[in-house]
Design a protein around this ligand. Structure first.
Ligand code: AMP
Ligand code: ZN
Length: 470
């Protein structure tokens, strides 16, 4: 497939290094708050890349997606909450896992936390290797990376070397491109901050060091195949990851760098600091389903900004409905037989879909191919020009589309899940029977009514009471 590589600023043919396995690292969530749908735009686009590599191209994928559980923001958050750092970040990791499942993200092979013992050890090893290669110095108890010792520094962000200030240091985890300076690898111990002694002097890791150490530890020999994240990570985070990893190993760190553009709201990046974020529970509280969010976030090309509005989410809901309505109509076809023109039409849609996905993950064009097919299939159903033999072929094609996009299966899983927990429904059915036995029909009706309002219908028949989703 063709994949845009930020390192070369061009689309290139992608194939993994030796073997059939793609080794990929994604910068995961900084766990000081529940992830918002802007974060999830990046994670969903990377999930679509993962699925394309696996199901469309037949590669194996080994993916690492970390949790940044120690940095400036998590430390401040834990201090404010009066909690121990790990207990504080645990909460947001649990929420991330819940939202990731609701959005149909495939589980990746490894989800390390920076504060895991083995990762801190890997960070200490990395600092030692950088020290040995002459890339570090200590100042005021912190360890810094000296960028003048690495002539390639700036190759990802295309930095102007003139603008770099020799000897100037920056301690913050995040800063602007104009501030290309020696960056901190390991921060000196401060009162009320967690401290580790794996490194001398004791302290805590800088954000950039964490990702390099986890990628090198869990993905094996450099170079890895793909490193991914949101576009805001190009500088300084990814530039510094390259400096650390290549400074230590002397080898290329990652062959491809994939960056997802922003989800924006009224011309501004969706971000916690601007206060314009929505989480999955926020969206669900407004009556939308996670499957519609997934659909919306993957419907635009990942290298284009996507403007979030409630109207666009309603549009996604309608598009998804159109897709599932067509599948339901196909399910109702009873006439036997097959039509060669239907088979040919489906094959054409499949090639268009595959071509679009191989063209730097052009999801917008891939969805276009699916909806043209939906339109033609609806016409064919109207004209009674579809038989059950065709339906089998069509369903197989839609299954293939959905292994990559993951929206229809997500919606079906949502449909299968009752809006009220099954144990509660069963208890209420029992209560209703009890009310009837004591001839309190008003109470029995109230239970039926309440459940109906919550989206569950009860049906009485000779063998008892059954429930179904409204
Ligand atoms: P953070 O928790 O800030 O480290 O971000 C986690 C991931 O979400 C990173 O890959 C970010 O680049 C990405 N991200 C943050 N905000 C947005 C946004 N508005 N649109 C797309 N990706 C984002
Ligand atoms: Zn990272």
């Amino acid at each position: 497939m063709r994949l845009y590589n930020t390192l070369t600023r061009s689309e290139e043919d992608f194939a993994p290094g030796p073997g059939n396995s793609v080794r990929m690292y994604t910068c995961g969530l900084t766990v000081y708050a529940r992830g918002h749908i802007g974060n999830f735009r990046t994670f969903i686009c990377v999930d679509v890349l993962r699925r394309t590599l696996k199901y469309l191209l037949g590669y194996e994928v080994r993916q690492v997606m970390n949790f940044t559980d120690v940095d400036d923001r998590t430390i401040i958050g834990a201090q404010k909450a009066g909690m121990e750092l790990r207990a504080y970040t645990d909460q947001y990791i649990a929420m991330f896992r819940e939202d990731a499942k609701a959005l149909g993200l495939e589980q990746v092979e490894e989800t390390p936390r920076a504060t895991d013992e083995a990762n801190l050890q890997a960070m200490a090893d990395l600092i030692r290797a950088l020290d040995k290669n002459g890339h570090t110095y200590v100042s005021d108890g912190s360890i810094y990376f000296k960028i003048s010792t690495l002539p390639a520094y700036g190759k990802l962000a295309h930095l102007d070397h003139e603008g770099m200030q020799p000897g100037a240091r920056v301690d913050s985890d995040n800063y602007a491109k104009e501030d290309a300076r020696d960056f901190v690898l390991w921060k000196a111990t401060k009162p009320d901050e967690p401290t580790w002694t794996v490194v001398d002097p004791p302290g805590r890791p800088g954000w950039h060091l964490e990702c390099s150490a986890m990628a090198l530890r869990l993905l094996g020999e450099s170079p890895i195949d793909i490193h991914a994240g949101g576009i805001d990570l190009i500088f300084p985070h990814h530039e510094n990851e390259i400096a650390q990893s290549e400074g230590a190993t002397g080898k290329l760190f990652s062959r491809f760098w994939m960056h997802v553009e922003y989800l924006i709201v009224e011309e501004k990046k969706m971000s916690k600091s601007l206060g314009n974020t929505y989480t999955i529970p926020d969206v669900v509280a407004k009556g939308f389903r996670p499957s519609a969010v997934r659909y919306l976030l993957l419907s635009a090309h990942y290298r284009k900004q996507l403007n979030f509005t409630w109207d666009s989410l309603s549009g996604a809901e309608k598009a998804l409905q159109r897709l599932t309505d067509c599948l339901a109509r196909l399910d109702a076809v009873t006439r036997e037989g097959s039509h060669p023109e239907v088979t040919a039409r489906v094959a054409a849609a499949q090639s268009a879909f595959t071509e679009a996905m191989q063209d730097d993950l052009n999801t917008a064009a891939a969805l276009g191919a699916i909806f043209e097919l939906v339109s033609d299939l609806n016409s064919a159903i109207d004209a009674a020009a579809i038989g059950t033999g065709d339906v089998a072929v069509i369903n197989e094609a839609f299954d293939r589309f959905d292994r990559v996009l993951g929206v229809v299966s997500l919606r079906q899983a949502e449909d299968a899940k009752p809006p009220v927990p099954v144990v509660d429904i069963e208890q209420l059915i029992e209560d209703r029977h009890a009310a009837r036995r004591r001839r309190d029909f008003a109470a029995a009706d109230r239970i039926r009514q309440d459940l109906a309002e919550r989206g569950v219908l009860l049906e009485d028949n000779a063998s008892g009471t059954r429930w179904k989703r409204k």
